[in-house]
Design a protein around this ligand. Sequence first.
Ligand SMILES: Nc1ncnc2c1ncn2[C@@H]1O[C@H](COP(=O)(O)OP(=O)(O)O)[C@@H](O)[C@H]1O
Ligand SMILES: [Mg+2]
Length: 372
Amino acid sequence: MSLLKRLQITNLRNLDNVSVALSPNINIFYGQNGSGKTSLLEAVALLGLGRSFRSHKIRTIIEHTQSDLTVFGELLNSNDRGTIGIQRARSGKNVIRVNGDNVQSAISLAQELPLQIINADAFLLLEGSSSQRKRFLDWMVFHVKPEFASAWKRLQRVIKQRNSALKHDKISYSDIALWDQEFIATSNTINQLRKNVLNDFKNSFYSNENKFSDLGFDVDISYKAGWNEEEDFGDILKSSFEKDIRSGYTNYGPHRADLKFKVGTQLASDILSRGQEKSLICSLHIAQAYLFSEATGKQCVFLIDDLLAELDIDNAKKLTKALISLKSQVFVTGIYKDNLLSVWDSSNSEDIEEVNINLFHVEHGDVQQKYC
Ligand SMILES: Nc1ncnc2c1ncn2[C@@H]1O[C@H](COP(=O)(O)OP(=O)(O)O)[C@@H](O)[C@H]1O
Ligand SMILES: [Mg+2]
């Protein structure tokens, strides 16, 4: 079990100096527009991803007049203790610490604090480019299949080498055939891992265990490998060599994989309303969390910005019921306290009795705990 006991934020946007003691279950942050609610979730995301979910430019996230920001978290994990921290400076300096030791990569953060994020950008899973859906799939494969991380690194390296070879003058296919042996082997490994995990994911998505599977419309999920799997991948690479040279990059491979979400014969994004899209997205994240917890015995931490935006009460209650049954730690935000509290009641889930809710009012970057 990985969750946050305490969170301390310094100089992140309007959060100058915030320290909050968290519930292992539900944490509700309410307040007016611009008070700092999304920034608070952004702070937790920095701890779990090593980067923001809102901006790639760190200077926009650091409080205007300051040179650096820090987010520090006390964890409740299997050893019952642990800390993670991140410091980002305008100078570009970036320090990540896990249990007091500096670490080089944000991967250790993802392992300490696995996150499910549902915010305004979550719609990109249906509406955005294939890279969003590939990232959604690979998040699971990364957490569920330990051998995926090294295969994925090999793939990035071999594609880079292959693409740079493609840009040389007067090359013939035999010049890159050597790369292709490794490219084909790694592609097959990655493709197989993705397919296995997607199968498990679909079981989790359609299962009755998933308290959010009843959406009121049927969703079909299909996978595209990044090449025509009915043909030999080696033959495809050979026959697309001229095309690859013209474009200066590799046109087929696992880097071009995608997922398709369809309702009937149409893409979900072409037919669903925003609210229906949001409920589908929530149920996909819930299914991902079920799969993660079955495979690893650990729980994801959920960050849900503006919980009630675009969700009707029925769907919001399905979501909270699923979150309670998952026993996840949850951070939710919204404007009005009463609306946010009303979706966590005993008529909705009997397990609510065991759930501890911490309520916080956010005002001008100041976060105060309130009693419900
Ligand atoms: N780099 C920054 N330094 C100081 N304040 C900032 C910075 N970036 C954004 N803000 C301010 O932080 C506030 C918090 O925004 P946000 O967390 O999005 O609010 P909410 O989600 O509560 O509507 C906004 O009022 C915004 O003007
Ligand atoms: Mg906000």
